[in-house]
Ligand binder design. Structure first.
Ligand SMILES: Cc1cc2nc3c(=O)[nH]c(=O)nc-3n(C[C@H](O)[C@H](O)[C@H](O)COP(=O)(O)OP(=O)(O)OC[C@H]3O[C@@H](n4cnc5c(N)ncnc54)[C@H](O)[C@@H]3O)c2cc1C
Length: 413
């Protein structure tokens, strides 16, 4: 018997789409080659970033570009081969980061971000996942007065324009909150609203369990082929054909290659990141998620230990690992907080699925009825999964979505 809807990919985005569609009364099958939430949605920093109303722009000022060029920074690295391979999307990314273009797309991005937390709240409650969530915001800390003052001014602007809440902490106030951080810090911005997940993969798994409790079906297997079949679609999963009226492609960094087989080309590229867990040394305690803003890595006190997540490396999704950026971040972090031993046998690695205009791709696909897409959430897919699922559900049921979905359509590329 044909299924109503097959959702391909069980990361934060696919699980959330499946959950919403099932909750709306569809018969949904969710497919992944791994257990839910084991790829990009597993290894991230776990921040539900309600403050991230502006997406990550490509650096445009000459000084930053000159500093990035020697390829020794902690926050941004690149593989020269990847720059050539992804030259077109990266050039488009650079153009879209020009002030006038960027200003136009910020409200489109913010429209999703500002609705993200309440969408998580609904799913956290349904999944009984409160124990995985902390509601104490996170800290962006600074080493120089100049950078701190500039960041405070910037935060004021975001606060007045988007209603985001923050507190500026001087060195003393920061020390009261996190006494074991280095004394060399001059201050911090405490983003008050964001929530944090103490085990991001477990949160996705809890959402997937809730999907199953609603009656959804989870199938473990690799997608091998996707083709049109009569009025619907046929997905071949580990040699078995699954037929459905509608299909949602939500395979994170692997989505564009599958969409391209149907025709439309989305210039997706990845920004790779790593993580490693550490024990604290000498009884030190880290209470909050802390972004070392001027260096470019993050420390997160998670269930598995203190997770260090790295900035971005521009490389191909399937290129072999290089742990130099992680080593540089670890060296900086050891001066910043007393980290003890590494706790994982090897570093985790994953790729943020990025588009040249920094916005995700969500919606139907022209001339391919029944095919829907939800991918390209870049730096904030853990945050944006549930709102994406909610909006997709509204679109697939022919309702007027809460947000104008024009800016996220596939055909913009
Ligand atoms: C270091 C780092 C830190 C980050 N920190 C944050 C953060 O704090 N907050 C935030 O909001 N975002 C963060 N992100 C970004 C976020 O993790 C991603 O945007 C998000 O996880 C993407 O989710 P997804 O569901 O689109 O992709 P994925 O989680 O990668 O899911 C795609 C799924 O498709 C499946 N799949 C692929 N191919 C096949 C196939 N052939 N057959 C079957 N299944 C297949 C995969 O197994 C996978 O489960 C961070 C990312 C990184 C790398």
């Amino acid at each position: 018997m044909p299924h109503d809807i097959v959702v391909l990919g069980a990361g934060m985005v696919g699980v959330s789409a499946a959950w919403h569609l099932q909750a709306r009364g569809h018969r949904v099958t969710l497919v992944d080659r791994c257990e839910p939430g084991r790829e990009t949605s597993f290894g991230n920093a776990g921040i539900i970033q309600s403050e991230a109303v502006r997406p990550y722009a490509f650096p445009r000022d000459l000084m930053t570009l000159v500093r990035v060029l020697p390829n020794r920074r902690v926050d941004i690295r690149y593989r020269p081969g990847a720059l050539v391979e992804s030259a077109v999307p990266l050039l488009q990314y650079w153009r879209n980061s020009a002030p006038d273009r960027y200003e136009r797309l910020v409200p489109e991005y913010a429209a999703l971000i500002r609705r993200a937390q309440s969408s998580h709240a609904e799913m956290i409650s349904a999944a009984n996942a409160d124990t995985l969530i902390r509601k104490e915001g996170y800290l962006e800390v600074f080493r120089t007065v100049k950078a701190f003052e500039a960041a405070c001014q910037d935060a004021e602007q975001i606060a007045s324009r988007f209603g985001v809440r923050f507190r500026a902490l001087d060195a003393k106030a920061l020390r009261r909150m996190e006494p074991d951080l280095t004394e060399r810090l001059v201050g911090a911005i405490h983003w008050i609203e964001p929530w944090t997940a103490t085990d991001p993969g477990a949160l996705v798994a809890a959402y997937a369990e809730s999907f199953k409790a609603l009656g959804g079906q989870l199938v473990r297997g690799s997608l091998q082929e996707l083709s049109r079949k009569g009025e619907g679609w046929q997905a071949t999963i580990d040699g078995k054909d699954v037929v459905a009226r509608q299909v949602v492609l939500a395979m994170g960094p692997w989505s564009a290659q599958w969409l391209a087989k149907q025709g439309p080309a989305v210039p997706l590229f990845v920004k790779r990141g790593h993580h490693m867990h550490y024990s604290p040394r000498g009884g030190a305690v880290l209470t909050h998620w802390v972004l070392d803003a001027e260096v470019g890595y993050l420390l997160a006190p998670m269930r598995a230990g203190i997770r260090l997540t790295t900035g971005a490396e521009l490389t191909a999704q399937e290129s072999p690992p290089s742990y130099r950026q992680l080593a540089a971040a670890e060296a900086a972090a050891r001066e910043f907080f007393p980290l003890g031993d590494r706790l994982d046998p090897k570093p985790w690695m994953g790729g943020r699925p990025c588009t040249p205009d920094m916005k995700p791709v969500i919606g139907s696909v022209a001339d391919l009825p029944g095919l829907w897409v939800a991918f390209g959430h870049g730096h904030q897919g853990f945050t944006l999964g549930p709102i994406t699922g909610k909006l997709l559900g509204q679109m697939m049921d022919g309702e007027t979505p809460d947000v104008d979905m024009g800016p996220y359509r596939v055909e913009r590329f």
